[in-house]
Design a protein around this ligand. Structure first.
Ligand SMILES: *Cc1c(COP(=O)(O)O)cnc(C)c1O
Length: 339
């Protein structure tokens, strides 16, 4: 038995999700005629209190489409220096939107309203036009931490005062909602656009949904088509999203509980150094002393446990749908044995 903590993207559809998939009503979504895609989009828009939604093959595509719709070439996008849109999307902001990034050093990938206000360019021909702010919640490189909604409200004010759009990379927004108990509609009100992933904690094989106003989503559909993301019978995938919306949101609390159990097991050990606060399903910690990230990763691999070394001295572990309580107990026992 392999226990896979590398990412919450490694989940496989449950038998019930597979049944929902094969039973899906489908049509050609490029013609807008896939009933399952239309249902998922309506469901998501309603859940977040947004006017419209669009299914995308990946979270990267949702983010990239949103950034392209919000900006013109040469514009500047403000985000954290740890943001997925900046460091993990292949330079997509430059490639797809022709925009440039002003990367701010935040706290665990979270940036503040005052930092953003200070980074907005003046109206000066030497400067790029600041157009868009991108936040990430939960923050992946920040160890799955959750923004304080009050701070987002301040950021929203700065954006309104300065005519900036505000996009949320909510790849793991469901984790944040479950961890904090916040109302999804609060996020719908605060952001011009939101991208949420189905392929992470929700346990779907693929997919993401982009949310926004009617005009925003109309423009987004044109960009998605240009990127080759117009899908035909995507309803088979959308059906997994509908299933996940109904069955896989509340259970994220279990992943968060598992992450805390693992974190506690790790913190007993002297080779475990600084650990980022564990707020959701991600654990990021330093390895110190005679061990390093590679040695630790290889040791666990021999025991059938997979983790990700994210630098020479940092390891990331992620809990998800396919990690059971027994697997957490077995991993904790293996960790306890390490000298
Ligand atoms: C995974 C992820 C995405 C999108 O990833 P895809 O693999 O393209 O679906 C975007 N943002 C964050 C923070 C992520 O973790």
């Amino acid at each position: 038995m392999t226990i896979d903590f590398r990412s919450d993207t490694f989940t496989r559809p449950t038998p019930a999700m597979l049944r929902a998939m094969t039973a899906a009503n489908v049509g050609d979504d490029v013609y807008g005629e896939d009933p399952s895609v239309n249902q998922l989009e309506a469901m998501m828009a309603d859940y977040f209190g947004k006017e419209a939604a669009m299914f995308c093959p990946s979270g990267t595509m949702s983010n990239q489409v949103a950034i392209k719709v919000h900006t013109q070439p040469g514009d500047e996008v403000i985000c954290s220096n740890l943001a997925h849109v900046y460091i993990y999307e292949g330079g997509g902001i430059a490639f797809n939107a022709g925009a440039q990034v002003r990367a701010l050093e935040g706290d665990r990938g979270m940036i503040t309203a005052s930092q953003i206000a200070a980074a907005i360019n003046p109206d000066d021909v030497h400067k790029a036009t600041t157009r868009l702010v991108c936040l990430e919640n939960t923050s992946n490189r920040g160890g799955g931490c959750c923004y304080d909604v009050e701070e987002i409200a301040h950021i929203r004010e700065v954006c309104l005062e300065n005519d900036l759009e505000l996009h949320l990379d909510g790849a793991r927004l469901f984790n944040a909602l479950v961890a904090t108990g916040e109302d999804p509609r609060t996020f719908g009100e605060l952001f011009d656009s939101i991208s949420v992933c189905l392929n992470k904690g929700m346990g779907c094989p693929m997919g993401s949904v982009l949310l926004g106003s009617h005009p925003f989503i109309r423009s987004a559909r044109r960009i998605r088509k240009k990127l080759g993301g117009g899908l035909r019978q995507a309803g088979f995938m959308a059906a997994t999203g509908i299933y996940a919306m109904e069955h896989h949101i509340a259970r994220l609390a279990e992943d968060h509980r598992h992450a805390k159990l693992l974190a506690n097991a790790l913190l007993q050990k002297t080779f475990v150094g600084h650990m980022l606060p564990v707020e959701t399903n991600i654990i990021i910690f330093d390895i110190q002393g005679e061990w390093n990230a590679r040695l630790f990763t290889d040791y666990l691999k021999n025991e059938g446990i997979l983790v990700t070394p994210i630098s020479e001295h940092q390891v990331r572990m992620v809990t998800h749908l396919d990690v059971t309580t027994e697997m957490i107990e077995r991993t904790a026992a293996v960790i306890a044995e390490i000298e």
